[in-house]
Write a protein that binds this ligand. Structure first.
Ligand code: NAD
Ligand code: UDP
Length: 311
């Protein structure tokens, strides 16, 4: 039985990951300060003998004897990470330093949940891991983008300096059960608006694109990355390459919920990337033939059922 620490374990992705790791027979410590996550997401695990919950902020050091660390703690939705940008940077950077320090002390393998945001508003499409990105270092999104870029640098340098077993995944837009219905991300916003027959808020003309991945495909990819060969550090893109415009997403969700909602257009936020689609050739090669299995419509239907129970 492996002892595994998941930072940010009460969040959307963290709670799905904790559940899978418990079901696979591991001993899991879920660490969270509930900044954007919630105990509700992991309440069904609380009585499990192999699950422990710790309230802690990753900007402070933490000690536990573990074999593996999944470092996920960080707000991920633009309104949440922009609410307190300095805290977001501290969480990414100090959180990475503290988690790496722990990995070094207890000789644990450690995975960083990085992001497609390291590519910024990409000029290369789709984005391979070799692309260095187009990030505005002083823009509204920089607290998140640059925080994650710095965390990637910390991970690579801890590997080089201290021979740490590191893994970096760059996650592309992921959705599914346990998303906070009010976190302001596009999938949660559109589903909640549709279920309430409220206006669907498309920012800009809605011709910007995103590639949406269902959470189970991501969790599978992260675990495969953790178990990949020792000298494969990444970064590796984990996402679903099926690309949609935001307008297409709005129309799809209205259709799947049989909603009476109308689409309304609002200003595009500053530095909003125009296109995003992962090149997943590296993941397919290194993660033992991993590829996403769940199509957008199937994933949206599961997510809509979840949102019906929480709003
Ligand atoms: P989320 O906001 O639902 O979860 C983040 C969790 O981290 C929350 O439970 C929050 O309370 C916790 N947290 C935040 N600051 C903390 C701190 N200082 N100390 C301890 N805990 C803290 O977001 P998510 O979608 O689950 O994202 C999880 C990770 O995956 C993040 O690192 C995010 O950058 C990355 N990621 C997510 C996506 C996506 O589409 N969901 C895409 C790219 C990267
Ligand atoms: N978006 C939108 N309406 C919303 C929320 C988001 O049109 O109510 C757009 C947003 O401008 C962006 C895309 O949807 O172009 C994805 O936004 P999200 O915040 O989910 O993720 P990110 O921009 O980080 O990919």
């Amino acid at each position: 039985m492996k002892k595994i620490l998941v930072t940010g374990g009460a969040g959307f992705l963290g709670s799905n990951l904790c559940e899978r790791l418990i079901n696979d027979g591991n001993d899991v410590i879920c660490l969270d300060n509930y900044y954007t996550g919630s105990k509700k997401n992991i309440k069904h695990l609380l009585n499990h003998p192999n699950f422990e919950l710790v309230r802690h902020d990753v900007t402070h050091s933490f000690f536990a004897e573990v074999d593996e660390i999944y470092n996920l703690a960080c707000p991920a939705s633009p309104p949440h990470y922009q609410y307190n940008p300095i805290k977001t940077i501290k969480t990414s950077v100090l959180g990475a330093i503290n988690s790496l320090g722990l990995a070094k002390r207890v000789k644990a393998k450690i995975l960083l949940a990085s992001t497609s945001e390291v590519y910024g508003d990409p000029e290369i499409h789709p984005q391979p891991e070799t692309y260095w990105g187009n990030v505005n270092p002083i823009g509204l999104r920089s607290c998140y983008d640059e925080g994650k870029r710095c965390a990637e640098s910390l991970f690579i340098n801890y590997q080089k300096e201290h021979d740490l077993k590191i893994k970096i995944v760059r996650i592309f837009n992921t959705y599914g059960p346990n998303m906070n219905p009010f976190d302001g991300r596009v999938v949660s916003n559109f589903i909640v608006q549709s279920l309430k027959n409220e206006d669907i808020t498309v920012y800009g003309k809605g011709n910007q694109t995103r590639s949406f991945q269902y959470v189970d495909d991501l969790v599978e990819g992260m675990i495969r990355m953790m178990n990949s060969r020792d000298d494969f550090y990444g970064p590796v893109n984990i996402g679903n390459p099926d690309e949609f415009t935001i307008l297409e997403l709005a129309e799809k969700i209205i259709g799947l919920t049989s909603s009476k909602s109308k689409i309304t257009f609002m200003p595009l936020p500053q530095d909003d990337p125009m296109q995003r689609k992962p090149d997943i050739s590296l993941a397919k090669k290194e993660l033992k033939v991993w590829e996403p299995n769940i199509k957008l419509e199937e994933g949206l239907l599961k997510t809509i059922e979840y949102f019906k129970t929480v709003i």
